[in-house]
Ligand binder design. Structure first.
Ligand code: UDX
Length: 446
């Protein structure tokens, strides 16, 4: 099938590349000339395991190409995916202006029947807007008879596992009101459903809501566990045991029950806020989802509170090592990363920071630009702990799991670890002579 994908960010680039890998001919289109020029010379705008190899392979085998020209992308396309960003606006609602622009450009460019698929995360009702915008553009061009369909096909890929998630999805959700379009979309996704993972055909609005409901449900589990973890710290108990205890109930399951320093990233924070905003606009209070957001904001300060309790509120002259800056491992993405809140808070109290992350240092330099004079970025994890008064583990990169504790201890001013991702065993830390604080395992008494 000939496919056009508008937008070469996380979703667009992964979608285009994976469809090309299954034998389709794909054009990825973006208005950013610089980005397209770099992609053409094999430089990807993001770090994502396995993606670069797949891009190079499919470009070499002539199934994947990049362009700034929508005409080129749409020339033979049967399906056009909209995969542009929907950043949060000031009031928490998603800004769909890039989707609107894409729809308008499609309407101004298409010359034959086209299935327009919305893959961007957009509030319920956006498919109708996209339909109207395309119709308007076609009318302006006196092409109102040209047929097209608009489909909602939300994406559930996780950063750091995006290619694997796309290639082997738990399910594919397709929202459409047209039987023929449903068949074609099913055909397109069948190669990704070799183990009979369901391809769920539903009405458009259900598909749009599904995306937000899925992310809000996952975020709810995390905030719930973070709250229970704080209770464990207060009254005694171990969140790891509680997780096993509740997760063994097949109705609950083990996944997404890890307490930590709060969730970040490009999806959960933004989608939770948007869901609250959509609820408000429609007179639904969305109390549960609002609380999820509030608990998460609070959780980002939990490690900072521990530091304050241990070292006092004035941190002048204190030096803290930070391991992990990205919002989660296997990505260089700093969006809404808890590390930002933690680092800024410590610096505001007078501390200096020695930070290390395997991938996110360049991104961190941009995001934390205002705090640059108080941050040194280390070349490796051991350099970061040199002369540090404490180590804060903020992102659970695998290389942090079994470090050389003896060497760490010898390099630090004081052997103190604040572990925001519960990476180590408390008995082991005690044996090694570390003062060890973690989340919800009663090492920290509030
Ligand atoms: C998420 C959804 O998982 C994905 O389906 C959707 O398409 C986009 O949003 P992503 O943001 O890439 O994906 O990351 P994810 O692995 O889901 O983690 C999100 C955040 O939750 C991270 O900050 C992570 O550290 C945190 N998290 C996750 C926890 O704190 N505890 C957990 O148990 C799981």
């Amino acid at each position: 099938m000939n496919i056009c994908v508008i937008g070469t960010g996380y979703v667009g680039l992964v979608t285009g590349t994976c469809f090309a890998e299954m034998g389709n001919k794909v054009w990825c289109v973006d208005v950013d000339t610089e980005k397209i020029a770099r992609l053409k010379s094999g430089i990807l705008p993001i770090y994502e395991p396995g993606l670069k190899e797949l891009v190079m392979k499919n470009v070499a085998e002539k199934r994947l190409d990049f362009s700034t020209q929508l005409e080129e992308g749409l020339k033979d396309a049967v399906v056009c995916f909209i995969a542009v960003g929907t950043p949060p606006g000031e009031d928490g609602s998603a800004d769909i202006s890039y989707v609107v622009d894409a729809a308008s450009n499609i309407g101004a460019t298409m010359n034959k029947y086209l299935i327009v698929v919305n893959k961007s995360t957009v509030p319920v009702g956006t498919a109708d807007k996209v339909k109207n915008i395309i119709k308007q553009q076609l009318t302006v061009r006196a092409q109102a008879d040209l047929e097209f369909d608009v489909v909602s096909n939300p994406e559930f890929l996780k950063e750091g596992a995006a290619v694997a998630d796309f290639m082997r999805p738990d399910r594919v959700v397709i929202g459409t009101d047209n039987v023929r379009t449903a068949e074609l979309m099913k055909q397109l996704y069948e190669p990704f459903s070799r183990n009979q993972q369901p391809i769920l055909i539903m009405d458009i609005k259900s598909a749009e809501i599904t995306k937000y409901a899925a992310n809000a449900m996952l975020a709810t589990r995390i905030s719930f566990m973070n709250e229970i973890a704080q209770l464990c710290d207060k009254v005694g108990g171990d969140i790891a045991n509680v997780r096993l205890g509740i997760g063994s109930d097949s109705r609950i399951g083990m996944q997404f029950l890890y307490a930590g320093s709060g969730y970040g990233g490009s999806c959960f924070p933004k989608d939770v806020k948007e869901l609250v905003s959509t609820g408000c606009k429609n007179g639904i209070a969305m109390d549960v989802v609002s609380a999820v957001e509030a608990v998460n904001e609070r959780q980002k300060y939990y490690l900072v509170d521990m530091v304050k309790k241990r070292f006092g509120e004035a941190l002048n002259g204190r030096r803290f090592a930070i391991w992990g800056l990205a919002f989660k491992p296997q990505t260089d993405d700093m969006r809404e990363a808890p590390s930002i809140t933690i680092i800024k808070s410590l610096i505001d109290m007078g501390a200096t920071i020695q930070a290390y992350d395997p991938e996110a240092i360049e991104q961190a330099k941009t995001v934390l630009g205002d705090y640059a004079t108080s941050i040194t970025y280390s070349k490796d994890m051991l350099e970061a702990v040199h002369n540090a008064d404490a180590l804060l583990v903020v992102t659970e990169w695998r290389q942090f799991r079994q470090p050389d504790f003896a060497e760490i201890k010898s390099k630090m001013n004081q052997p103190v670890i604040f572990d925001g991702r519960n990476q180590y065993r408390t008995e082991q830390m005690a044996r090694l002579g570390f003062e060890y604080y973690c989340i919800g395992r009663s090492c920290y008494v509030q």
